[in-house]
Design a protein around this ligand. Sequence first.
Ligand code: HEM
Length: 455
Amino acid sequence: MTDERIIKPRSADGFKHIPGSPGLPLFGQTFQFISDPIKTTLDCYAKYGPVFRSNVFFLDMVNVVGPDAVQAVLADRDKLFSSKLAVDAFAKDFIGRAIIARDFSDHRFHRRIMQSAFKSEPMKTYLIRMTPHIAMGLNRCEKDNYFLFYPFIKKLSLRLASGIFLGLEEGDDLDAINGALVTMMNGVMAPIRLRIPGLAFHEGLVKRKFIADYISELIVDRRQNPSMDMLSEFCKAKSEDNEQFSDEDIVDHMLLMWLAAHETTTSLLCHVMYRICQFPEWQVRLREECYGIGKPAIDYEDVTKLEQMDWVIKETLRLHPPAPILMRTALRECEFYGFHIPANTMLSVGPGVSHFLEEFWAEPKKYDPLRFSPERAEDKSHPYAFAPFGGGAHTCIGMHFAAIEAKAILYQMLLNHSWQTPEGYDPKFKMTPIPKPKDDLPIKMTNLPRRSQFH
Ligand code: HEM
């Protein structure tokens, strides 16, 4: 039953009654969508309203846009929409039975156990682990000369993930694991999904097995000797009924953590740096806020004190959401916003598209972190007006982790250094699969005179 759903996505004939355009013969709206999914979706929303059909990547789908409609799908009060079937259709070989590929009570059971790895005590230890890696990464940065920020921050966040998720240090199998992860991630994103040696998809699967075997061996050790890493937390974690994850569960959950955490955080930090170089007044404000903390690196208690940094991060996530569009599959036929949706319909749900709607945001295209200040609180105009981490049962479990990591990195970057993009810098963005500046963001770091208390 499940496989049949995956192999035969719903044909558009089943929802011709839904407004929308079929786009180009065969390719539908694929090219527009790849070049700018948010703009493509916004244009259709303006034309057709919150529910419309499209064809992308050879799949006929129904799009859901606008905070009310997005909330109806993601909150899913009637248990109509499956994350599992949607994920299986795109990335089953890589994701396996990870948490995002589970629905309803099965999902809730795994999420409850997993949640203990994201409580404040483990978070504190993750932050302690991050701090020296960030300092080391910054020390290796070229000074007073332009370098490419995207590969730098990608490498740093990969290093942080290997340290925090698996407890790997320099000299362990760090380079082999990080290299394998990059190949695996390229496989997940590969457009041609054939198991032919040499193709990114096949090579990604080979490396997935390599990493899965590696994690399986580590699990044996961590079950005996827990350490300060997320893998140990997953090994220890228990539900209220004292149930634990199996080894296979842990491998799948761990691999998803990487996929979910790495490119998203890299994208966020890249766009924050671009924006605070574009608006140097914000760079100055954030640095002043860091001076107010008065330490070389932040502790867990300092995270909430960085209020303006919070606004900058949120405003960046609003304008450059790393995952603006999510996928679900209708489990049963249903009525949705007055339209009949057949069973097995693939839904493209756009929480990040709401970030650009004038009904909810003043001058939505403008970069304006103050809109998140308590005085303006534009994000509170609707529970789903600002939803970079999704919503409902599958809301990002790592959203606080992401904020801590982003703040820990930005703090150390801003405290003793100023950052600059080239004069008149006006980047083009690659919008899919995860947004990034096309030219990898050339940037110059200049050391500032150190304040004595921050040595
Ligand atoms: C800026 C950074 C991040 C963004 C924008 C982001 C965004 C999202 C979104 C939109 C979802 C919902 C997916 C859906 O409903 O289909 C999600 C789920 C998830 N994210 Fe994140 N994420 C980020 C960072 C992280 C980090 C750092 C971790 C782990 C440490 C993480 C782990 C996960 C997991 C495990 C899920 C699936 C949760 C579930 O199915 O219950 N994410 N993320």
